[in-house]
Unconditional design. Structure first.
Length: 355
């Protein structure tokens, strides 16, 4: 069967830094964080529908404890297109198994793309034009194409991709593509500032496009401990294969990696501070709940109960989130530490239902 691009949504993440809204059975991708009423997973699926040519060519890979939630959020998704991992083993096994499934159904020459379920992307037209260009690179150069995000500041929370030799211009909009010189994990501030100044680096957005046979060949060479058991025993092999990210297992090792810098707006929505980036206006605060305040500025309010009211006096640069029986109050520059609090809660059995 001929299909221009078979998109696969990676929907197995936790999104712990969005606790207490994000829980074990209600991870970040199931949440509506921008006030639109659509979850991040639903928005990602809708974004890819035109590229896929309909629900019948769209796939989702997720963990077994999230299967029911995905089916509930995406009722139009064909049952056979939901790939359920028996246990989470990071992104490399998910990509490897999904690619094998795409190859079985569409042939090894099929183009496939992988997209996290919990990112925010602006400008649908530019997104589709970018995928057209990435598909051209993947076909013409037997490439594994990663979409590089143009940095807006010296971020230390993202991985970076260094652009090497320019391959050419691709797609109707003539997007440039470059050979990847190197991947760098989250750098320190000084290194990030040097990367930004050089103009040769992109943030690693975790989105990939490739022909199935190219990725499978490279996985057999660089990650046989993952691919070969899956080829031999399918998902029954999951418990025996190592936990590895696709970056570590493949992208940092292959000579087939190319980067295509993107022009659309992007945010990985890593923590509560990202909501302020999306929704910040001329107002003193970002309010996704009822709020009455005195001398309060730079705060973010979120409540799942529309009847809840926050009343504050003299508050600055603080995130307040109310969900059921839990209220989180944290300074905006400490939202990355929410994971540490969750580790503390795990030692208290009486709070297990809040995780």
């Amino acid at each position: 069967m001929t299909q221009s691009l078979v998109p696969v949504i990676l929907a197995g993440g936790k999104g712990e830094r969005f606790w207490p809204l994000s829980r074990k059975h209600r991870p970040k991708q199931f949440l509506s964080l921008d006030g639109s009423g659509r979850s991040l997973l639903q928005a990602t699926a809708e974004r890819l529908l035109n590229v896929a040519g309909g629900w019948e060519h769209l796939f989702v890979v997720t963990a077994s404890h999230l299967e029911e939630g995905v089916r509930s959020q995406l009722p139009q998704l064909p049952a056979q297109n939901l790939l359920v991992e028996p246990e989470g083993r990071d992104t490399a096994p998910a990509v490897a198994w999904s690619t094998l499934e795409v190859a079985k159904r569409y042939g090894e020459s099929a183009l496939t793309g992988f997209f996290p379920a919990d990112h925010w992307i602006d400008n649908q037209a530019a997104f589709e034009q970018t995928l057209e260009a990435a598909s051209d690179v993947a076909r013409q150069a037997d490439a594994i194409v990663t979409l590089g995000i143009t940095p807006t500041h010296a971020a230390t929370g993202y991985g970076y991709i260094e652009q090497g030799e320019k391959l050419g211009l691709f797609g109707a909009s003539s997007y440039p593509a470059y050979r990847v010189d190197r991947f760098t994990e989250k750098p320190d501030r000084e290194t990030a500032e040097a990367f930004l100044k050089s103009g040769r680096f992109s943030w690693n957005g975790g989105m990939f496009v490739f022909r199935a046979e190219v990725a499978l060949k490279e996985l057999r060479h660089h990650a046989p401990d993952i691919l070969l058991p899956l080829e031999e025993r399918g998902i029954e092999a999951y418990s025996t294969i190592p936990k590895k990210s696709i970056d570590y297992a493949l992208m940092e090792k292959t000579n087939c990696a190319y980067v295509l810098p993107v022009t659309f707006g992007w945010d990985d929505l890593g923590d509560w501070a990202a909501i302020e980036r999306l929704l910040k206006s001329e107002n003193l605060n970002v309010e996704l709940a009822h709020h009455v305040g005195l001398d309060t500025r730079g705060a973010l309010f979120y409540a799942t109960n529309e009847d809840d009211l926050f009343v504050t006096i003299g508050l600055e640069d603080t995130v307040i989130v109310r969900d059921g029986k839990v209220t989180l109050i944290v300074k905006k520059d400490r939202t990355q530490d929410i994971k540490d609090v969750l580790r503390s809660l795990q030692s208290h059995p009486e709070y297990e239902d809040l995780l």
